[in-house]
Design a protein around this ligand. Structure first.
Ligand SMILES: [Fe+2]
Ligand SMILES: [Fe+2]
Length: 270
């Protein structure tokens, strides 16, 4: 089985790249299942029901979120009205948060796939429970009890150490553990000692001629002045689709970081 992981899709530029290239990428890498982070897909902040449906129609199977999950709060009633949705928010959001922190998918090839997400706690101003505790109490038993064949843990976090700690702590328990949120891909994609694929951060799908996906001018003004009245808007140049391809066959896993289109393109589709 081959899996495609796509980092935070930012704004229209990111969405356009997904619409244009996702089918080609899926064909090139013979992808069976695609997980896409959509937390920045609606004008840089949050996601709407319409955008979620576009992603599914363009070929994504599961949509993960993050700290910007509810910035477009219409997604909350959308999820309530469409209970079969494939949206996954951080598992360790405070008790009673809308949505779900994991989902089990029955793949047409007969496999069970678990997708879950946790949020890191360092430098994040959100009420969160400890991610290790959430994984221990809510996820590990599921993998055994439900006969999960392939499992994916997305760690949406600010600092590399927390992503590394969670990945090393659960090496061997998941097919892949990978980071999102920082919007810059790291070059450490590899298989850990006990067989779990890992990359500290898979990057963003957006215009990298920017400040982490946002137009440069106002982002720099905000940093220079500390004045947050300068509005941040997604950069609108051509996006790079950044993510990773995971191959898992007979218990042997491999991971390849991918960057397609835009300024980080690595000529992987030719
Ligand atoms: Fe993000
Ligand atoms: Fe984020």
């Amino acid at each position: 089985m081959n899996f495609l992981l796509i980092g935070d899709v930012v704004g229209r530029s990111g969405r356009n790249a997904i619409q244009k290239y996702l089918p080609e990428i899926q064909k090139k890498f013979q992808i069976d299942f695609t997980i896409l982070n959509g937390e920045n897909s609606a004008a840089g902040y949050g996601i709407t029901g319409k955008i979620y449906e576009d992603f599914i129609n363009w070929g994504a199977d599961a949509i993960t979120l993050g700290n910007h999950a509810w910035k477009k709060d219409e997604i909350i009633p959308y999820m309530e009205n469409n209970p079969d949705h494939n949206i996954i928010r951080p598992l360790n959001f405070s008790e009673g948060s809308p949505g779900q922190g994991y989902k089990i998918f029955n793949h047409p090839k007969g496999f069970k796939i678990l997708v879950c997400q946790v949020h890191g706690q360092t430098f994040i101003d959100l009420p969160l429970t400890n991610p290790f505790e959430s994984i221990d109490t809510k996820i590990l038993s599921l993998i055994n009890d439900h006969g999960i064949d392939y499992s994916f843990l997305e760690v949406h976090a600010e600092v590399t150490s927390e992503k590394n700690g969670i990945a090393q702590g659960y090496d061997g328990k998941f097919t892949a553990i990978y980071g999102t949120h920082v919007h810059i891909p790291t070059m450490d994609a590899r298989v850990l000692d006990k067989g779990t694929c890992f990359q500290t951060d898979i990057g963003m799908t957006g215009d990298y001629n920017s400040v982490i996906g946002m137009k440069k001018e106002n982002a720099i003004k905000r940093m220079r002045s500390g004045d947050h009245s300068h509005r941040l808007e997604p950069a609108d140049g051509e996006a790079t689709i950044s993510g990773a391809v995971i191959k898992s066959e007979g218990g042997i896993n491999s991971i390849q970081s991918i960057q397609i289109g835009g300024v980080l393109d690595r000529n992987l589709l030719s």
